[in-house]
Design a protein around this ligand. Structure first.
Ligand SMILES: *[C@@H]1O[C@H](CO)[C@@H](O)[C@H](O)[C@H]1NC(C)=O
Ligand SMILES: *[C@@H]1O[C@H](CO)[C@@H](O)[C@H](O)[C@H]1NC(C)=O
Ligand SMILES: *[C@@H]1O[C@H](CO)[C@@H](O)[C@H](O)[C@H]1NC(C)=O
Ligand SMILES: *[C@@H]1O[C@H](CO)[C@@H](O)[C@H](O)[C@H]1NC(C)=O
Ligand SMILES: *[C@@H]1O[C@H](CO)[C@@H](O)[C@H](O)[C@H]1NC(C)=O
Ligand SMILES: *[C@@H]1O[C@H](CO)[C@@H](O)[C@H](O)[C@H]1NC(C)=O
Ligand SMILES: *[C@@H]1O[C@H](CO)[C@@H](O)[C@H](O)[C@H]1NC(C)=O
Ligand SMILES: *[C@@H]1O[C@H](CO)[C@@H](O)[C@H](O)[C@H]1NC(C)=O
Ligand SMILES: [Cu+2]
Length: 614
């Protein structure tokens, strides 16, 4: 399937080049071709790499400093249509961007800096035009305003431990000027308590059925919760110059600069436009294609947010420079973990320190060798195998006051015995007669089916995620944090899959009989508290999910049981939209807000399966 589409793509390139030759002959000035129904894809190798310096996104303080003390702030951030230069030699690209005004809006959006314990209020405003710049598909469950005008948007702050009203529920969408709002929309202003462990978060759109296109259009940005009390003393490289946040995604372009997204579905008679996974052939860092960054000969900290729709990145420095991981997703690790490679799934965050003073070379490439789709797809090529270039200042290492301490921040060790119940949950991928995916479900249930996951506030649960498909589905849980306990290969997978296809019931299919294969060690830098994890195909992955803070035993400072509740989903956006997402409703549990206490062992099994649907 992958090869087939690649072949078609190449044929199309060949055709397009032919057209270009023809046109340039008759009309030498024609540098771009539009219209006529013939899409002209940009050949990404025409874009010279490393010509643009990586931008630092603007920062906005989510607090006020009043007489030397931190006070809560209210921000207004809009979504605007504007043109964005992704590369020196690429014409401006129409995008949707977050910012305080159309002029200052950026892709990715501004970085919001919050202070632990000081709440931030944001009024997110939609200033988008009446129709989308990318093809979306009305045949998947999608937010469509009654007057069919306007682009539904809703903002999710990924990693925030906050109330459901401000979680950016897929049905809480709103259009330009709040002219139309979704069924669970309640308030123009979102409240982010910031009462949680310090770390990196990111905000992005989450509107029903439009998440993939709204992100692809540019609606992503970073958010950080800083805690001077716990982080300040660590001595890590800090400040905007030495702690850099990089938002990475992949995009394809047309020669006229527009973002290219195939508008023909893989099953066009079922879904005219939906495709199961978007891959672009240009790697974009902070809004620039294959940028370069000039660095000094000293330590830097990089927080990398993967905002791709479906591409995985396995990052490494070509000269073997070490990555010293200090955090993963939103939380610090207990101890730094040194590695040369790091695998990043969509929406995961990695956070590491690199010491450029140890580099013998004066420039070094950050490369990627993850096949796509991950892990069984095509190998990377000269284009998507390269992420960016670091140009290191010449001469002797600089004096460098920063360091990486032996111990970072220790949170309570997750105890399996604290889990209070067990569940089995299956994720299914359905395919057409032509063996092309048509849609994906969790538990064989649509998003609209009544909620089945109702964890108690303050409790922990064990989920066993069983993945029987060929694709890696990064699972993301809103509100909760989890620790990956164990990954066990399934034996006799075919037999188990057949049973699951018939019964959709892991217990009756005796999952324990199959979950007896080899165990794969969780990588040390992924052993901390996470909010997304890539589940290995053919494996059962056991995770302990916690619905309470990890930094303290205090109860949530908001009502987690309020409407409209939360969701959990696959973070491959094209899957999430169609509809690998389920509601998650917190319920009061004996003494709301009490920290989980041992009540017995619970098991939740999430099973990801490939069901052949004929
Ligand atoms: C680029 O060409 C496509 C296809 O003809 C068209 O839909 C799009 O609006 C054009 N973009 C720009 C920026 O002109
Ligand atoms: C893209 O351009 C490069 C260099 O100009 C060329 O070698 C390659 O064949 C082109 N690829 C396609 C698919 O046309
Ligand atoms: C700041 O502190 C000064 C001196 O304590 C006080 O007079 C002033 O009212 C304070 N301002 C605010 C805005 O709190
Ligand atoms: C909306 O949010 C604001 C700011 O958080 C709050 O003051 C107000 O009470 C909320 N309104 C409703 C109807 O919930
Ligand atoms: C777009 O997707 C359709 C359906 O999968 C495929 O047939 C076609 O080749 C794709 N077009 C390009 C340019 O990749
Ligand atoms: C980003 O995420 C996508 C899908 O979620 C994944 O395929 C890709 O490898 C990730 N990239 C990085 C740099 O983590
Ligand atoms: C299922 O396995 C595939 C193949 O490795 C993997 O890409 C995907 O992330 C897995 N999904 C889950 C939910 O684990
Ligand atoms: C929390 O929200 C639920 C559902 O709206 C409501 O029934 C309950 O009374 C609220 N609890 C508190 C403490 O406000
Ligand atoms: Cu998925």
């Amino acid at each position: 399937m992958v090869e087939k589409s690649l072949m078609l793509k190449m044929l199309l390139y060949a055709f397009a080049v032919g057209v270009l030759l023809l046109v340039t002959k008759t009309c030498p000035a024609a540098a771009t071709i539009t219209g006529g129904g013939n899409v002209m894809l940009l050949n990404s190798s025409r874009l010279k790499m490393f010509v643009d310096e990586v931008p630092e996104m603007p920062t906005i303080r989510g607090y006020r400093l009043v007489n030397g003390s931190y006070e809560s702030a209210t921000l207004t951030i809009g979504m605007f249509r504007k043109d964005w230069k992704f590369h020196r030699d690429l014409p401006p690209t129409p995008v949707f961007a977050y910012g305080t005004s159309q002029r200052t809006a950026t892709v990715p959006g501004p970085t919001i800096e919050a202070i632990a314990g000081v709440s931030t209020h944001v009024t997110w405003q939609n200033h988008l035009p009446s129709s989308h710049i990318l093809p979306w598909d009305p045949t998947t469950p999608t937010a469509i305003p009654a007057n069919k005008k306007g682009i539904p948007t809703v903002v999710h702050l990924h990693g925030m431990i906050g109330g459901p009203e401000s979680d950016g529920h897929a049905h809480s969408w709103f259009t330009n000027g709040f002219h139309q709002t979704g069924p669970t929309w309640t308030n123009e202003t979102y409240h982010y308590p910031n009462v949680q462990h310090p770390g990196s978060l990111w905000y992005h759109d989450h509107a029903m059925g439009l998440t993939r296109v709204n992100l692809l259009a540019g609606l992503v940005g970073a958010y950080v919760i800083q805690d001077p009390k716990t982080e300040g003393g660590l001595g890590l490289p800090s400040g905007n110059e030495f702690h850099r946040r990089l938002v990475i995604f992949d995009r394809s372009f047309l020669t006229n600069g527009s973002i290219y997204m195939n508008s023909t579905g893989n099953n066009p008679d079922i879904h005219p436009e939906w495709q199961p996974e978007y891959f672009g052939d240009v790697i974009v860092v902070n809004g620039k294609a294959w940028p370069r960054m000039s660095v000094r000969r000293r330590k830097y900290r990089f927080t990398i947010i993967n905002a791709s729709n479906a591409r995985f990145f396995r990052l490494y420095f070509e000269n073997g420079l070490r990555l010293i991981h200090v955090a993963a997703d939103s939380a610090y690790l207990e101890k730094p973990v040194v590695a040369t490679h790091t695998l990043l799934a969509p929406s995961e965050i990695i956070d590491f320190v690199v010491d450029f003073s140890t580099s013998k070379e004066e420039s070094v490439l950050l490369e990627n060798d993850a096949p796509y789709p991950y892990p069984s797809g095509d190998p990377v090529n000269d284009a998507n195998g390269v992420v960016m270039k670091f140009v290191i200042s010449r001469g002797e290492p600089e004096p460098d006051p920063s360091s990486v301490p032996g111990t970072l921040i220790k949170y309570p060790t997750p105890e399996l015995s604290t889990a209070v119940r067990s569940r089995y949950i299956a994720l299914y991928e359905y395919t057409s007669a032509a063996d092309e995916p048509t849609h994906l479900y969790i538990n064989g249930k649509s998003f609209e089916a009544p909620v089945t996951e109702k964890p108690g506030v303050g409790t922990s649960e064990v989920w066993y995620v069983i993945n029987l498909t060929d694709d890696n589905h990064p699972l993301h849980v809103h509100l909760g944090l989890f620790v990956v306990m164990e990954q066990t290969e399934l034996i006799d997978v075919e037999e188990f899959r057949d049973c699951m296809n018939r019964l959709n019931d892991a217990e009756r299919c005796h999952v324990e009989k199959y979950a007896r294969g080899k165990k794969i060690e969780v990588l040390p830098h992924e052993k901390g508290w996470k909010n997304v994890y890539k589940m290995m195909p053919g494996f059962v992955t056991k995770i302990l999910v916690r619905f309470s803070y990890i930094h303290s035993t205090q109860p949530y400072v908001f009502n987690a049981t309020a409407e409209p509740g939360y969701v959990y989903h696959c973070h491959i956006l094209d899957h999430e939209d169609n509809v690998m997402m389920r509601p998650l409703k917190l319920v009061a549990s004996g003494g709301m807000g009490r920290v989980a206490n041992p009540l017995g062992v619970s098991i939740m099994i999430a099973i990801l399966m490939m069901v052949h649907y004929l």
